[in-house]
Ligand binder design. Structure first.
Ligand code: GAF
Length: 398
């Protein structure tokens, strides 16, 4: 994979001119608050240093030309005015080598943002876009949201659109929900556009407000280890939607607007055992986010290590109540804790992807080695790891 700083150079090569600018948007890990966003709840993500970069320049016509450094043979040329969700072939220009496919796969995330902006009444023109990046794909680190958010910021700046970041968050989510067809909540786009360096973003989905909470693990001699189990995950396979629907159903049966409003007493009153488990996860997870935020703000005597047990409790709840883990995630979390992590949990939508572990900085590599050893013992493919440093949200770099 090429370095993200190559995007402008690739643009010059493939588009034959200089881009007007470059914009980056990060992937994320969610520290805690999983599967709460679709119940109007709380979440606490950080932005990662891994990011998507978009180099772009306006065109004289109304075409959207998109090239990906990762998929160089898959350049798309689309008609801006004909972008519509659901019909992958209708917006192609011609049928030559320039337009080998409709808006499916990676290009739909870019085209979807243009569509969502257009639908919201913003005036766009044609644009050449080159996409590059180093957010691992399919690892639950929000490479898709990063692509949407970098595109959104680029289009806003290029066409001087009067649209705030919170509006861009909603438009990027709309692109994913209604154009790409993935029923995600608003967590990932919020993290990518609203997070700031050195902070975790406390997101309150109901009130659509957020708070930057100082998150300086290094000062406490700690680090957040990300262990990529390299198990495939996809939100499109129906399990995500099934969980979302279960939460809506549980809220409806309780006569509440959303599970955000439920108490554990309410949950006990649900007749169906599976719905009870799903709802219990959401209710307890929201409480864990609030507790984590209080500790990080200094309410726990200032010791960040105190969030460890909350992370582990979150994982257990996602495993037993929400049932979105897979053996690799469970093994990685348990092995990290056994190796000395203060707490560990899966992060993201689940069904594969990554685990985060709160560890002493000087133990981090050893914890990774021990997780790897446990994977080898069980015949799982070797995991990879890196340290998550709370990084800036989407911004222009050139
Ligand atoms: C995925 C979704 F895209 C988010 O909206 C969120 O629901 C997350 O899974 C689970 O917390 O990343």
């Amino acid at each position: 994979m090429s370095s993200v700083s190559d995007a402008a150079e690739i643009f010059r090569t493939v588009m034959g001119r200089t881009p007007e600018g470059e914009w980056v948007a990060p992937g994320r890990v969610n520290v805690i608050g999983e599967h709460t966003d679709h119940s109007e709840g709380l979440a606490l993500p950080i932005a990662l240093p891994q990011r998507v970069v978009v180099a772009a320049a306006r065109r004289d016509d109304r075409h959207l030309v998109i090239h990906s450094a990762q998929m160089p043979d898959d350049r798309r040329t689309l008609r801006l005015d004909e972008l519509e969700p659901g019909d992958a072939s209708s917006h192609r220009v011609g049928s030559g080598a320039d337009s080998p496919g409709g808006v499916d796969g990676w290009a739909a995330y870019v085209a979807g943002v243009a569509w969502a902006l257009r639908e919201a009444g913003h005036h766009l023109g044609g644009v050449d876009i080159v996409v590059d990046g180093d957010v691992p794909q399919g690892a639950g680190l929000s490479s898709s949201a990063a692509l949407e958010c970098a595109t959104a910021l680029a289009l806003r700046d290029l066409f001087s659109l009067a649209v705030s970041r919170p509006e861009l968050v909603r438009l990027a989510q709309r692109a994913e929900n209604d154009f790409v067809g993935v029923p995600c909540g608003i967590l990932d786009q919020s993290a990518s556009l609203l997070a700031t360096a050195g902070h975790a973003l406390l997101l309150d989905v109901r009130s659509q407000t957020s708070e930057q909470i100082f998150f300086d693990l290094a000062a406490a001699g700690l680090t957040l280890l990300v262990i990529d189990t390299r198990t495939v995950r996809a939100l499109v396979d129906g399990e995500y939607a099934a969980r979302q629907q279960a939460c809506l159903r549980a809220a409806r049966q309780l006569g509440l607007p959303a599970l955000r409003d439920a108490t554990l007493d309410d949950v006990r009153g649900l007749a169906d055992a599976e719905l009870r488990r799903r709802a219990r996860h959401v209710v307890t997870e929201n409480a864990r986010v609030a507790e984590t935020a209080a500790i990080l703000r200094g309410g726990g005597g200032g010791d960040v290590r105190a969030i460890g047990p909350l992370l582990t409790a979150s994982h257990i709840s996602l495993r037993d109540d929400f049932e979105v883990t897979v053996p690799q995630l469970d093994v990685a979390a348990a092995a990290a804790v056994a190796a000395g992590a203060y707490g560990a949990r899966m992060t993201g939508g689940g069904f594969g992807g990554c685990v985060i572990a709160l560890v002493d900085e000087d133990r981090a590599d050893q914890v990774a080695v021990e997780v790897r050893r446990e994977f080898a013992r069980l015949g799982f493919q070797p995991p990879t790891h890196f340290r998550a440093v709370p990084s800036p949200g989407a911004h222009r770099i050139g």
